[in-house]
Design a protein around this ligand. Structure first.
Ligand code: CA
Length: 271
């Protein structure tokens, strides 16, 4: 009778209640004005917030308060965010979004390689901050924005009228272009070489997440190839020619300058 999932006809009382679960964000940042700004912004957007100003405190709170996501500054007075990332990763899979200043490119990459999930370069906008947190939370909840089905449900993303669909279990890749508002679009199968498929499959499994050059090379080509960045340039170039409407303006396989690549987030909501 009180089942909140099935009472649209008498929905009145639901509107005043808080969201069922307000995610907890742990902010690890030593600069107080930034911390205060983040705290206020997140609370206004229905997050709960905990704060730490040092690496030591951040590590402690990350493993004792069970945050849903950690926002981690890289430059901390008593150590760097890299060590915090490693320490958290020993204990938990909590998503970590790294905050870095411009010029901390190598630190940012090292943090991602150490297990951070994403990054924001200061200064960043509120919209970007919230979007990154939403993606991180979706990843933590299991399967991107996919519905049930998990691992086996296909990747699908529509951007600017083009849909990219990747079915890993069937090893099928399709693109559909909408010619006009009226027509349903023409769907065609894309043929990939085994290596192109392997690269795309790895990105599909981590869609929406930043993958560093090193992560991709290690996973797709093997540990002995982690510095062969030219492989990536060649293969992403080939994939873009096959998948993107305009390979010079990629929408699906996005370059993260100086860091790596990100495949646009899976947007299948129903399937
Ligand atoms: Ca700092």
């Amino acid at each position: 009778m009180n089942d909140p999932t099935r009472s649209p006809s008498r929905a009145q009382p639901l509107q005043v209640s808080q969201p069922a679960h307000m995610p907890l964000v742990l902010i690890v940042e030593d600069e107080e004005p930034i911390r205060r700004f983040l705290h206020a912004t997140l609370e206004a957007n229905h997050f709960r917030v905990k704060e730490a100003g040092t690496a030591r405190e951040g590590t402690l709170l990350a493993v004792t308060t069970y945050p849903d996501v950690v926002l981690l500054d890289l430059g901390l007075p008593d150590g760097d965010g890299l060590n915090v990332t490693r320490a958290i990763r020993k204990e938990s899979r909590t998503p970590i979004v790294v905050l870095s200043a411009r010029g901390q490119e190598s630190d940012k990459v090292a943090a991602l390689d150490a297990g951070a999930d994403d990054y924001l370069t200061k200064p960043f906008g509120v919209g970007e901050l919230l979007a990154r947190l939403r993606v991180a939370l979706r990843h933590a909840n299991g399967a991107g924005s996919r519905t049930r089905g998990g691992e086996d449900s296909p990747y699908e993303c529509t951007l600017d009228g083009r849909t990219l669909r990747v079915d890993l279990s069937a090893r099928l890749v399709h693109v559909t272009d909408k010619d006009s508002c009226q027509s349903p679009g023409t769907r065609r199968e894309v043929r990939l070489t085994p290596m192109e498929f392997k690269l795309l499959a790895f990105m599909v499994k981590h869609a929406g997440k930043v993958l560093t050059h090193q992560m991709i090379l290690k996973e797709v080509w093997g540990p002995q190839h982690t510095s062969d960045v030219q492989y990536l340039r060649v293969y992403t170039g080939e994939l873009r020619k096959k998948l993107e409407a305009d390979p010079a303006q990629p929408r699906f396989m996005i370059t993260e300058p100086g860091v790596g690549y990100r495949l646009a987030e899976n947007r299948v909501m129903q399937s």
